[in-house]
Every structure is written in structure tokens, then in C-alpha cells.
Design a protein around this ligand. Structure first.
Ligand code: FAD
Length: 307
């Protein structure tokens, strides 16, 4: 089923989980164990990332197919322009369609490892908007796109970043999933700017429960998400206890999600890192407390969150 239809038909927030294709057999076992546990939470959909340079192409498609067929969950394949000609992009899209996939997250992708600057592949595409156009022109997938509450790292400025985002939506992206962030005020500010730029589709905030400081530093180092100083201080105060960091991280993410949902967010996309306990704890607590019941104007595309 198309994710845009799922969001439109749902009178409650939609919760989704992101996974990545593992590199080892042990990683694969962990992924399917996490999926088995998270399935019980009945997510609206799950998504599977697409490795740098298309390195996980077959795996991404296979995992999405398996999640759908064996776990009965709606699933979305991430897809990037990296290292592929338009012909190669089309043949991957054909494969996805033939595998019964209904949903694609259309991304530009990051420069391949060892390369600082993004460069377009000869005969390929330069921006995600072009990939959205390609898909919308010739395929029936529901298309999602990425967005960046703190502005994309390589963007010239925040204004042009949301302007290009609006163009991507105009080209056919039906919903957006945000980069992870730790300060709801930044997301609220972004939402206001995106709506003002004419972005009317649902924008689902992406949340990473902090469970490990070294991992957090690696991820934020790559994607540029900032940590409020008080959050950094709380993590530093627990630097001698991984367990305390984990407990605090789960509590912080739960409160972050509750505030977003109480302010009208249409759902939460959890970056699970192929692990289940943190996401399970947070989503179970949210479902008990239902912070979205206190929304004054129920989730609609034009609702703006205020932190
Ligand atoms: P674009 O929309 O093309 O934007 C890239 C940059 O170009 C931005 O700075 C933008 O401001 C600028 N720009 C856009 N249009 C124009 C224009 N017309 N003229 C000039 N400048 C322009 N990466 C992976 O490799 N695999 C994944 O599975 C993956 N999943 C992700 C999931 C989510 C939810 C998010 C938020 C990111 C994900 N990424 C993934 C990372 C993503 O590929 C990178 O952040 C990438 O650098 C930007 O992708 P984009 O689709 O936003 O690019």
C-alpha cells in the first residue's frame, strides 16, 4: 500500500522504523530479531536504507521484499543517485517495481567515501528533485523525500534549501522524512519556513534515541545534527556509565517525541540502527499516554509545531 495513502487514511500519528542492510550474517540475524520484536508495535511502515554508491542495491530490495512478504509490514526502499546513470537508475526502479515495492524514498545520496564534494555521475542525476521527476514520470511508486531541519550541510543557505525542497515536492514527493535532530525548537522553525515556502505535504520528524555516545558522535559528525549544550552536558555527566547514557537517551527521545506529537506532528520516524529495545520502550510509552490527543488542531499538513 502507498505510504501517502496510509498517512491520509490514518486518524492517528503514523510511526515508522528505519533499518539498514547489515554487512554480516550476525548483523542479519540482529536485523530480523529486531524486526520480529518491532512488528508487534504495528508500525505504519518500515524503511530500508540504500548503501553508499548503490552498494546494498540487491540487499535493500531483498530486505524490503521480505519485510513485506514475511512480516506483513508495509515497507519503503531508500534509493539514491550515487554512481548511477539514468539507465541504471531505471533498471533498479524496474527491479523494485517487479519485486512488488510500492514506496521509494528518493534521495541524492552523499559523495562516495573518500570524496569530499558531491559530483554528478556522467549520464546520471545531480539532485534528488530530478530523481523524483524521473520516478513520478514513469512509475507508480509513492515517493518520499528527505528534509533537513538544521539545513543540509552542503546547502548555500537555509532559504535556498527549503526552496529546493518545495521544488522536490512540486515534482512529486508526497511526504517528507526529516534528518535526525535533538532540539524541537529547530524543527518548529524549519516547519514554519517550509510551510511558508509552499511545502504542504506531511513532514515526519526523524528521531534517533541516543543509546551510545561514540555512535552518536559518529552519526552527528556525518549528518551535522547539533546537540543542545544542556544535552551534551547531561551525556558528559554519564560518561562513565553506558547504561546511564542509554536510560537517559530513551527518556530524552520519549519526551522529544511527546512534545512533537502534542504539537501536531503527523508521526515519528525512528532511526532504529537495527535495534529494538529503545524504540519499543518509547513507542509503547507514547501509545499509552497519547500526547496527540491534546493537539488543538489535529494533524494536518499545515499544522506547525511550536517547541
Ligand atoms: P538534494 O535534495 O538533492 O539536496 C542536496 C543539496 O543540494 C542540498 O544542499 C540542497 O540545498 C541542494 N540543492 C537541491 N536542489 C538544488 C538545485 N536545483 N540547485 C542547487 N542546489 C540544490 N543517504 C544514502 O546514501 N542512503 C540512504 O538510504 C539515505 N537515507 C536517508 C534518509 C533520510 C530520512 C535522510 C534525511 C537522509 C538520508 N540519506 C541517505 C542521506 C542523503 O542522501 C544525504 O543527506 C544527501 O546529501 C542529500 O540528499 P537529498 O535527497 O536531500 O539531496
Amino acid at each position: 500500500m502507498r505510504i501517502d495513502d496510509i498517512i491520509a487514511a490514518s486518524d492517528e500519528p503514523v510511526f515508522s522504523f528505519e533499518f539498514f542492510p547489515p554487512k554480516t550474517e550476525e548483523g542479519e540475524r540482529n536485523l530480523y530479531a529486531a524486526l520480529g520484536e518491532l512488528r508487534a508495535l504495528n508500525p505504519a511502515f518500515v524503511s530500508v536504507t540504500y548503501g553508499a554508491g548503490g552498494s546494498t542495491r540487491e540487499k535493500t530490495i531483498e530486505i524490503v521484499r521480505r519485510i513485506h512478504a514475511e512480516y506483513g509490514l508495509e515497507a519503503m526502499a531508500h534509493f539514491t543517485c550515487v554512481g548511477a546513470t539514468v539507465g541504471a537508475l531505471r533498471s533498479t526502479l524496474d527491479e523494485m517495481r517487479d519485486a512488488g515495492i510500492d514506496n521509494v524514498l528518493a534521495l541524492r545520496g552523499d559523495p562516495p567515501q573518500g570524496q569530499e564534494q558531491w559530483t554528478q555521475t556522467d549520464g546520471g542525476l545531480e539532485y534528488s528533485r530530478e530523481l523524483v521527476e524521473l520516478i513520478a514520470g514513469d512509475y507508480d511508486f509513492a515517493i518520499g523525500g528527505a528534509c533537513f531541519p538544521e539545513t543540509h550541510l552542503a546547502a548555500a543557505d537555509p532559504e535556498s534549501d527549503v526552496r529546493y525542497l518545495a521544488e522536490k515536492v512540486q515534482a512529486g514527493a508526497r511526504f517528507l522524512i526529516s534528518q535526525l535532530f535533538f532540539d524541537n525548537a529547530r524543527f518548529a522553525d524549519f516547519l514554519t519556513r517550509a510551510r511558508a515556502a509552499g511545502v504542504t505535504v506531511p513532514i515526519i520528524p526523524g528521531i534517533l534515541p541516543i543509546t551510545n555516545v561514540a555512535q552518536l558522535q559518529r552519526i552527528t559528525g556525518m549528518c551535522g545534527a547539533s546537540l543542545p549544550p544542556r544535552l551534551t552536558a547531561e551525556l558528559a555527566a554519564r560518561s562513565d556509565s553506558p547504561e546511564a547514557v542509554h536510560d537517559f537517551g530513551v527518556a530524552y527521545a520519549a519526551l522529544q517525541c511527546a512534545e512533537l506529537l502534542a504539537n501536531g506532528a503527523p508521526g515519528i520516524h525512528f532511526y532504529t540502527l537495527n535495534r529494538s529495545p529503545a524504540t519499543r520502550a518509547i513507542l509503547s510509552a507514547l501509545r499509552l499516554l497519547r500526547p496527540w490527543d491534546s493537539v488543538v488542531h489535529p494533524a494536518s499538513p499545515s499544522v506547525t509545531a511550536s517547541a
